[in-house]
Design a protein around this ligand. Structure first.
Ligand SMILES: [Zn+2]
Length: 235
């Protein structure tokens, strides 16, 4: 906005998404510059007049990712921002939602876990906490808890065992993926990131979480398309 001002979107602990004007942030000497930038966790003091918020003070707590970060990692972090923008006001707990996005950025930044596993964890947990929780307890038709291969129905968010699946429009998943999906949806937050799966299963896990989020929301995420292009090497 103009020479030195920004209109920023803040994901907050208690109030979901807030849009606020921040003035003087593009001034090179401005301390507010980094704290109101993308992917920065900051402490804000806001003034409000009518329905308009203005940033009175902003202090950075944690700035995620440097300018030399890997392009794929940056792509995933941009996608997390789009998820926050899409679901930030529909989460059942704005506090848990903020915690989820912050933890995902933290683990992505740390680069100790496969970034695409963190991506799937974030996608499915965001869905589960925003009114799109799949039912992964057992086969939706006969109640069988586990099978060597089960099918995930992206339209209904349900599982079917191999006997009950008639094979139309469903994604076949093995026990590793079934257990990973259950863990992401049902584990307490403290344990959410504490698991791993073999790299060869991550692609299939992503097929489930990406298809589910796009089908259920009927939305094309531009940052997800960008990320796919990076992976294909067409960026
Ligand atoms: Zn069944």
């Amino acid at each position: 906005m103009g020479e030195a001002d920004r209109l920023i979107t803040i994901l907050t602990k208690d109030n979901g998404l807030i849009t606020a004007y921040a003035s003087g942030v593009k001034n090179i000497k401005s301390k507010r510059g980094s704290s109101t930038g993308l992917l920065c966790y900051s402490d804000f003091s806001l003034s409000v007049k009518g329905t308009t918020y203005r940033v009175a003070e902003a202090t950075p707590i944690k700035l995620f990712f440097g300018t030399n970060s890997d392009v794929e990692i940056l792509g995933i972090s941009q996608y997390f921002c789009e998820l926050a923008l899409t679901f930030g006001n529909s989460a059942r707990s704005t506090e848990e939602f903020l915690r989820l996005i912050l933890n995902s950025l933290h683990f992505l930044n740390q680069q100790k876990k496969n970034p695409y596993l963190i991506k799937s964890i974030t996608e499915l947990r965001v869905m589960a906490t925003s009114g799109y929780c799949p039912n992964l307890i057992a086969c939706d038709n006969c109640g069988k808890f586990i099978d060597d291969i089960m099918s995930f129905d992206i339209a209904n968010g349900t599982l079917l065992c191999s006997e009950c699946d008639n094979g139309v429009g469903r994604i076949k998943i093995n026990q590793t993926i079934i257990n990973a999906l259950r863990h992401i949806v049902y584990s307490p937050f403290e344990r959410l990131y504490l698991f791993t799966i073999p790299d060869e299963d991550i692609e299939n896990l992503q097929t489930v979480t990406e298809n589910y989020i796009e089908y259920q929301t009927d939305k094309k995420f531009t940052t997800l398309d960008f990320l796919r292009n990076i992976k294909r090497g067409t960026y």
